[in-house]
Design a protein around this ligand. Sequence first.
Ligand code: GMT
Length: 385
Amino acid sequence: MKIGILCYPTYGGSGIVATELGMSLANKGYEVHFISSALPARLDITNPNIFFHKVNVQTYPLFQYQPYDIALSSMIYRVVNLYKLDILHAHYAIPYAYAAFTAKQMLKEEGKDIPLVTTLHGTDITLVGQHPSYKHAVEFSINQSDTITSVSESLKKDTLQFFNIKKEIQVITNFIDNSEFDECMNCERKQFANADEKILIHVSNLRPVKRVEDVLQIFKNVNKKIKSKLVIIGEGPDMEKINQFLEENPDLIGEIRLLGKVNDLYKILQLSDVFLLPSEQESFGLAALEAMAANTPVISSNAGGIPEVNIQGETGYLAEIGNVEAMSNYTIKLLGDEKLLAQMKINAKQQAIKFDLKNILPIYEHMYQETLLEFKNKQKVDVLE
Ligand code: GMT
């Protein structure tokens, strides 16, 4: 089967999920074509089953805004034609589902068609997709998809609540390849903390929905009671809030390490004692799952799909969004009790194993087969009519 994957190259979890999915499919022998504005960050282009097609936006002095969506749909059209793709898989509705629909219309003009799967990831539904500038186009393109999947039950519920969706939404949760965590056991903890200190970690694209100010405040509270360091990984618009916090709390400058984007994420997660995810919105929380795969329990808010991943009192603790006091107290309780911490590290790993790639990849494969079958049956019916 030849699969076209449409995704963001870097920004956020949808690109990571799309890339990991595509690479796993390629390893199983599928031919996978990535169509994106840049080479996806984690993509291994040396795999002979993987192809990358860069969307080139032609600039022109007349354009106030560069027409990415037009260039994208043209590229989808060309790749489907040139490589005879069997199926398209759009990750994040805006603009991927919309551009894929347009490409399909171009193909139809030539008597060709191809099924489209759209995977809803998060803010395409819960935030940006609801803006009046996008809402109707998002709703339309979701409804035009042959198969719709969402990464959590919570996101499915939100989609049905906020949009008029006329098709079944299949939940296929995000996944993690636990085998990638077996390789990096020899990590240097002393690089980040002294032997008697605990390590708290936060990984995100530092947008307002991640509530980095809560991360900082939780750490401030915890640090008063427990010898500890905070590691923040990622870049984004709220970096300024971190700088401001450090200016206001100069005594914590030496306690907080800002690493930006890193290549060794899994290694650093394995060194950590607790992962903080106090998000305002989180359809799934892939970052929390990655932490758990590295044996790191999670202190989080109860936003969106997080409770489907982080289990209260088992893999960590959850509190209401913005309840910094509760999240601080939970962290202090966890880090102050070695037995509890050791047990929760084990539980976190066990939870990550439930979401292992080995369990989720066959669900994706089955979904592609079913989508193709239904699409072909529908085409036969259309011909008869
Ligand atoms: O909204 C984002 O943070 C970006 C978005 C994405 O498309 O990358 O992330 C969402 O998708 C991830 C992968 O499915 C989920 O794990 C994140 O929870 C989700 N983020 C939000 O809902 C805020």
